[in-house]
Design a binder for this molecule. Structure first.
Ligand SMILES: Cc1cc2nc3c(=O)[nH]c(=O)nc-3n(C[C@H](O)[C@H](O)[C@H](O)COP(=O)(O)O)c2cc1C
Ligand SMILES: [Mn+2]
Length: 476
């Protein structure tokens, strides 16, 4: 399969082609680009935005946001039909994902990102757009959806994931790892333990296959560049970084090579930065400092921005983590799952299934509860309920679940220091677990036969009506 774009510019062209692109002129880096992005992300149309004519910036510098926040554009980024119903698109992705073979990058001599190069004392980050995204952010962030490359000094493995990047000075930024298990943090630590700085590359304005790969939980040693190649069905085109020797996507918009200094040697106050829960739960804290030695950029570069926003606005309009839970369920032999989805960003998980035996739904619910990060609510619904439709899910909850019988609570489960509901005292000592409520909103297994019939069309019936009478119904 081939995905239809080679870089961010070509992807923006595809977005324009489906009528989803809005160009914005004159919005300021100081909270205005963030505000417009937030409102647009909450709008039912949910357009992607290309900001141009940014005050104080060299003409031609642009910022692109809301790339994949709805299901249409998330599907487009995967090379799927943007008109597919969201659950069908997620299912198609889950199936393709399980068969993906990593595809190594390919070195090319065609390197658009080297069109303009600056190094040493001439490096000046004010030449590039770094928005202050949310109202109480601690500073401007050039990296909100940018990729960070690091290379394991022992094995040569190159990791490329998304970590936020705050601008502090002409050539100084901080890179934020949520916890020590992040691959970037593990690799940096190896250099730091020897008293060395960690070579590091920032890739801004990458295409969405690299963005999706950067979000994947891949095992140690696995390369997100190879995974992006697999998503694309074609190797990522790379060149060898002149300073770091790392393989750098050649068609990115802006690339920065430099060194991440040992945290014990130097740090700068990082954050706070608006989080995906819609809060500032983590404080400003000392962050590792990157000194930038060289910058390369395409002419009229485009920054790919993806600030975390208050739910339900989320970076991805298809629930990739829910697809992971779906795959987990299948891997342990839980049959008859017809769909999984997450609402409230990643904070509520829904599993739809066709019940085969007593306990089937609870079995799925326990597995999902174990694998849901930070969320507190897992809901099980029957196969006549659309898990992507929150109103439909709540209809099942209110008409099929008896609170005194159908709710279970699992304590001391997986959350994080970003969880706003955990007390400051507990957060400070690392007690960051929460509890999970499993709501079994399936018809009780022993009542499956006699339960009152619903008045509504089935999902298939209503799709059929929509198709046959398409003139009556406006397309999305
Ligand atoms: C837009 C976006 C921003 C993110 N920002 C951060 C961040 O600042 N720090 C962090 O540790 N993880 C962040 N993440 C999550 C990681 O990128 C993600 O969990 C990834 O799988 C980690 O990769 P790794 O296992 O190679 O470390 C972000 C994810 C997205 C989609
Ligand atoms: Mn990784």
């Amino acid at each position: 399969m081939h995905i239809g774009y080679r870089d961010l510019r070509e992807f923006i062209g595809l977005v324009d082609g489906i009528g989803d692109l809005r160009k914005v002129s004159g919005a300021s880096l100081d909270r205005e680009i963030g505000a417009i992005t937030e409102v647009a992300a909450g709008d039912p149309q949910c357009p992607a935005l290309l900001f141009d004519d940014i005050p104080g910036q060299p003409r031609g510098n642009r910022v692109f946001t809301n790339a994949t926040v709805n299901s249409r554009r998330a599907a487009l980024a995967l090379g799927l039909d943007p008109e597919l119903p969201a659950l069908d698109a997620l299912k198609a992705w889950k199936q393709r994902r399980s068969g993906l073979k990593p595809l190594a990058p390919e070195v090319t001599s065609d390197v658009p990102v080297m069109e303009n190069t600056v190094s040493g004392k001439d490096v000046d980050l004010s030449r590039f757009p770094a928005p202050v995204w949310h109202k109480h952010d601690g500073g401007p962030y050039i990296g909100s959806g940018s990729i960070v490359l690091t290379r394991d000094p022992d094995t040569g493995w190159v990791n490329s994931s998304i970590y936020r990047v705050q601008v502090h000075d002409r050539n100084v930024v901080t890179v934020q790892f949520d916890h020590n298990g992040r691959h970037g943090a593990m690799i940096a630590r190896k250099y730091w333990d020897k008293g060395e700085a960690c070579p590091i590359v920032l890739v801004h304005g990458q295409d969405p296959s690299l963005f999706i790969a950067g979000f994947e939980y891949l095992p140690d040693g696995a390369s997100e560049l190879d995974f992006a190649g697999a998503i694309r069905g074609a190797p990522v085109e790379v060149f060898k970084g002149p300073l770091t020797g790392m393989p750098i996507p050649a068609r990115a918009e802006i690339v920065m090579e430099g060194r991440l200094l040992p945290l014990g040697e130097k740090s700068l106050p990082e954050g706070p930065f608006g989080e995906f829960t819609g809060y500032y739960a983590a404080d400003r804290r000392p962050g590792p400092v990157m000194e930038i030695d060289a910058v390369y950029h395409r002419t009229d570069p485009i920054l790919f921005g993806s600030p975390p926003l208050k739910p339900p606005r989320f970076h991805f309009g298809l629930s990739f983590r829910a697809a992971g839970i779906w795959a987990n369920l299948e891997a342990v032999g839980v049959t008859d799952i017809v769909g999984t989805w997450q609402h409230v960003s990643q904070l509520m998980t829904v599993i739809a299934l066709k019940q085969r035996y007593a306990g089937h739904a609870k079995r799925a619910g326990l597995i999902a509860a174990a694998n849901t990060y930070m969320g507190r609510i897992v809901v099980l619904v029957d196969d006549d309920v659309d898990p992507t439709n929150l109103a439909d899910v709540m209809w099942a909850v209110t008409t099929r679940a008896e609170p005194s019988e159908d709710v279970d609570i699992v304590r001391n489960a997986w959350s994080s220091s970003l969880d706003p509901r955990i007390s400051a005292e507990n957060r400070a000592i690392g007690l960051t677990s929460n509890s999970k409520m499993i709501i079994d909103a399936c018809i009780p297994f022993d009542q499956l036969d006699g339960y009152p019939r619903t008045t509504a069309l089935s999902i298939a019936e209503s799709n059929e009506v929509r198709k046959r009478w398409s003139g009556v119904f406006r397309s999305r």
